[in-house]
Ligand binder design. Structure first.
Ligand code: FES
Ligand code: FES
Length: 181
């Protein structure tokens, strides 16, 4: 029976063995190879995706368990690499060989969604299961702090723009002038 879920904001249906790991389905059935295979045992984090927003190891997640849920992969994090984590990663030039990096980025994005300005300890804790054989950990930590800054700056810019739009609307002008009831 087909298993249905949302993949990167689009409805997806796959007719596969329900016990097949989600990672296999993503890579082999759907051809989405941004998510990597490392250990296959939930030990390295290379296969990290978001399931309903939570960082999850897709190598040990049976595809049947995502039925009706939202799955996001590195390909769906943003349409144009504009996610603050992706921007910070490029700015700081984090990757070395690159193999672990989509998993690192997905774990970092899930962390920032919950904790917009994480401490070093919170970063180390959240990414402790993501292994990098090239040892890019210091740049990863630096990039997450930078992504937090970018995220905050965007939020402020969004608020300022919303406020200026509100000020220019006739209803808001009335409210700002003390005329609203
Ligand atoms: S491949 Fe999934 S944690 Fe290593
Ligand atoms: S960049 Fe090479 S394994 Fe992390």
């Amino acid at each position: 029976m087909a298993i249905q879920f949302t993949l990167n904001e689009k409805p997806q249906s796959v007719d596969v063995n329900p016990n097949m790991p989600l990672l296999w389905v993503l890579r082999d059935t759907l051809g989405m190879t941004g998510t990597k295979f490392g250990c296959g045992m939930a030990l390295c984090g290379a296969c990290t995706v978001h399931i309903n927003g939570a960082a999850t190891r897709s190598c040990v997640t049976p595809v049947s368990s995502v039925a009706g849920k939202r799955v996001t992969t590195i390909e769906g994090l943003s349409p144009d690499r504009s996610h603050p984590v992706q921007q910070a990663w490029m700015e700081i030039d984090v990757p070395q060989c690159g193999y672990c990096q989509s998993g690192q980025i997905m774990s970092a994005a899930a962390l920032l969604a919950k904790t917009p300005s994480p401490s070093d300890a919170q970063i180390d804790d959240a990414l402790s299961g993501n292994i990098c054989r090239c040892g890019t950990y210091l740049r990863i930590r630096q990039a997450i702090h930078r992504a937090a800054e970018l995220h905050t700056a965007r939020a402020k810019a969004g608020e300022a723009s919303a406020l200026s739009q509100a000020r220019s609307s006739p209803v808001a002008k009335t409210a700002v002038a003390g005329g609203a009831r």
